[in-house]
Design a protein around this ligand. Sequence first.
Ligand code: ADP
Ligand code: ZN
Ligand code: ZN
Length: 662
Amino acid sequence: MKILRIALPTPLRRLFDYLPAVDMDTASLQKGVRVRVPFASRTLTGIFIEVSDQSTIAMEKLKCAEAVLDDTPIIPDDVYELCEWAAGYYHYSLGEVLSSALPAALRKGKPLESKKKLPEAETKLQQPLTLNSGQQQALDEILNAQNQFKVFLLDGVTGSGKTEVYLHAIDAMLAAGKQTLVLVPEISLTPQTIARFRARFPVPIAALHSSLSDGERLTAWLAAKSGEARIVIGTRSAIFTPFQNLGLMIVDEEHDLSFKQQDRFRYHARDMAVMRANKNNIPIVLGSATPSLESLLNAERSRYHLLSLPERAGGAVMPEFKVIDVRSQKMAEGLSDSLISAMREQLKAGNQVMLFLNRRGFAPVFMCAQCGWIAGCKRCDARMVYHRAPKELRCHHCDARMKLPEKCLECDDTHVEAVGLGTQRVEEVLQQEFPDIPVIRVDRDTIKGKDALDELLTQIHQEHPSILLGTQMLAKGHHFPQVTLVGIIDADSGLFSADFRAAEQMGQLLMQVSGRAGRAEKSGKVMIQTRCPDHPHLQTLIHQGYASFARGLMNEREQFVLPPYSYFALLRAEAYSEKTAGGFLDQVKDLSAAFAGAVSIMGPVPAFMAKKKGLHCQHLLIKAGKRNSLQQFLHQLLLKLEQLPAKHSVKWVLDVDPVEGG
Ligand code: ADP
Ligand code: ZN
Ligand code: ZN
């Protein structure tokens, strides 16, 4: 009796048994080929795992597989092993993990072929720069580790020439006939990044990012698998790319939160990259100007090898910081006199000024001056944001929209007003203050559409003097040589937050934003507007730099036994009533008491935003001193949880190593 065991893209964490179709040659089936099977009333594409001679399902209930879609495995062994590891570590269904590893076209059962081609390689090529001694030393160490697993943390200030080191290392890989995978954050995958790589190497380069069509994605995937693409640059999910001969991995901006997938299969692409390098026995470089505390601790414990580039390359100097106490200044809609006059000076000299405000829309609050009513979203615990174009109130969490009320919905008074600052409002003020200067706004509202960001970036590179105004989208990775002044309109939101990770993220963002100033020959200045100029985090960051700032945060985390000095998992339950969500987690907590051991379980507590899209969300926070004890606990917990009838009344998900909440 032959039974096919198949991994299917369903949340159920097990394999599914099928009978082979009459004409199927089960003896020649290889693990990793796709199989089409009936499932409930649908047809699914699954991955064949093994043949078994028995099933726990009664024979007459077993269905027949419909077709085998491939002759040879489409998921190579190393990627399969990575997926298997991830399914175990994140406690997620193997079928779902394997399915996320495939391009959409293959997931849908399309054949393993593509009519499209990779873009042609460039023939005008840019010459490599001569490395400075710091860069050369970093490169030498990386190249000395060829063909062995070694993790490098390349800790280099913005503009220190990290990318140049990557390019030289890739060059060596090309010479050795090996491929390189470069992971970059979601937003910095601009044509600029890819163009810099293309301009350097006369080889086929595949780019994998979210704006590709299914066909383009499949082309890139196939080119990597066949070995044709010598370099693959991609965002998070590119970690699953199959290679013919992978020699090196690079994770740029390793601290960036976009490497963590925040829904369904919640993996961390940086952590998986380290695991893949380990399995493939190759070196991996994690680069950042503001490394995560996790990676810094790994370097401190000698698990990662630290490479430092403390100075800017090519003669550029680090910008000078100036803190502006907004309590003592005359303000024009959020812009202080000092900032405005500093801007005037730079713009007059023909330079660019960049202003940063991490809040899109016109104003974050719309309220009644008479009774204090604030427009809120009906489906979320969130305020409606006032938008000017088109004029309406919008929820940034569920995208609910509402006509702008002409009077208060509570007391009917007509004194309703927009309070607080968003990028649209600052844009308006700037147009009044600097009527002759173009203002280029970059936020999620202005970069809708495939090419919008590219167009804005082109405009930024052409127009100066000009003012660039944006949210964190503008902060990362870009190289704007004409920017000489960076203004941070409101540094305070990051200083006071319930989330223990907020300070780290604030510091990283502030350094990244500041890193945009004075990257070329021109020196730069960073002005930070705040109501608490003496805040110790801010002071340390500005006067002693990111390393000391991070050291301070690490001491705090160690004292309170928070990650990276402990390990977290978050069990999240959502339901239409708070009682259902909380009740489910109460049950889970009760049944886990018997085997919790040294693992502590806190909650249930309402999530930071307790209601979102009409669903109430509650958390259990699970904490352990050792990664292994957390893993063992979670393993047992899920086996029990999956038996609970109440699991059907909620939407639940487990987040291992969460980066938000908690
Ligand atoms: P990072 O990736 O650390 O931000 P980049 O590699 O982008 O740094 O380098 C920043 C700037 O310095 C770029 O304009 C780059 O061309 C220049 N640069 C990098 N390395 C050198 C070098 N060895 N000599 C001269 N200029 C360099
Ligand atoms: Zn009112
Ligand atoms: Zn909402």
